[in-house]
Ligand binder design. Structure first.
Ligand code: PMP
Length: 309
């Protein structure tokens, strides 16, 4: 990978970027046995913060737990290692990528029962995933011909490396057809999620998002937006959503750590609402980004300062 930071935290050591390598027989490379997070560090008026840091570290541990691979570091250890990675790289705004993986343990699919994961934490500058312009003007999305994995096949609540073959099919198909992003339905035909984002559909002032049973990754941005929207007095529901409800929505937006809060202006070339960012999306974006520019009070304790205050 092109060098974008000086050090990567690797099993407890700060390793120079160029030396953070693994063997070609690494188990995760053969069988997808990795779990990871996408976390963001924003520079606020009081210095850099990691957004919802504990929830991300906990989800990393939970993803590993589902597959019975312990990560030999506590949530607090992981958080301190992440802050130290930001400090060592002198980053005040970054995308952070913690990754647990089954390493060089031999080539059997099922590694020995006591196998612990290796852990790396990388951090580097990275703009909004679908582009800065998309935050204002919205994106064009298509419903993918690929469904999300059924609940009894691959657990979508684990943020595991192998799951992203599904995201690649959904997002890649969309891009080849000239769209910005792909949206997947669940195997029972209801709306699930974008290739790397959760989805909210707004109709008559009510915000609806697919429930955890729709084969989604329960996103931390999704949770933040649900909390913020309810706090602002909006009616927020988790319910099954039919494909055509997307076409008839007043507004649609997608949420994710990398993508942030992105309006969707068309789905399958059908204009959503007036075909540009709607007022509720704009209101929620302003409150969300306000957490980082100091205009929204952090009443939920979501900001973890990188340097002691
Ligand atoms: N769904 C998928 C498939 C994702 O990859 C992501 C990004 N992590 C999300 C949803 C959004 O999750 P979060 O808000 O926690 O980043």
């Amino acid at each position: 990978a092109t060098k974008t930071a000086d050090f990567i935290w690797f099993n407890g050591e700060m390793v120079p970027w160029a030396d953070a390598n693994v063997h070609v027989l690494t188990h995760a490379m053969h069988y997808g046995t990795s779990v990871f997070e996408g976390v963001r560090c924003y520079n606020t008026p009081n210095g850099p913060i990691v957004f919802r840091h504990r929830e991300h570290a906990q989800r990393l541990k939970d993803s590993a737990k589902i597959y019975r691979f312990p990560i030999p570091y506590s949530v607090d250890d992981i958080m301190e290692a992440t802050r130290e990675t930001l400090r060592q790289n002198k980053l005040d705004s970054a995308y952070i990528r913690p990754l647990g993986f089954v390493g060089n343990v031999g080539l059997g699919v099922c590694p020995p029962a006591d196998t612990e994961m290796d852990l790396i934490i990388a951090a580097f500058p990275w703009g909004s995933y679908l582009g800065e312009e998309a935050l204002e003007n919205g994106v064009d999305a298509m419903i993918s011909s690929w469904n999300r994995a059924a609940p009894n096949t691959i657990p979508t609540a684990a943020k595991a490396g192998g799951n992203y073959l599904s995201s690649l099919l959904v997002g890649g198909e969309a891009r080849r057809h000239g769209y910005d992003e792909g949206i997947a339905l669940s195997v029972d035909g209801y709306l699930s999620e974008g290739a790397g984002e959760n989805i909210f559909v707004i109709k008559d002032g009510v915000l609806t998002t697919p429930p955890a049973t729709s084969a989604i990754l329960p996103g931390i941005t999704r949770d933040s937006i649900m909390t913020i929207a309810r706090d602002k007095g909006y009616d927020v529901r988790e319910a099954n959503i039919a494909r055509e409800a997307l076409y008839l929505a007043d507004e649609i937006f997608m949420t994710g750590t990398a993508a942030e809060i992105v309006p969707v202006r068309t789905v399958d070339k059908i204009e959503i609402g007036c075909g540009k960012r709607g007022p509720i999306t704009q209101d929620l974006q302003a409150t969300y980004f306000g957490l980082f520019n100091g205009t929204t009070e952090d009443k939920w304790g979501w900001l973890d300062y990188v340097y002691p205050q």
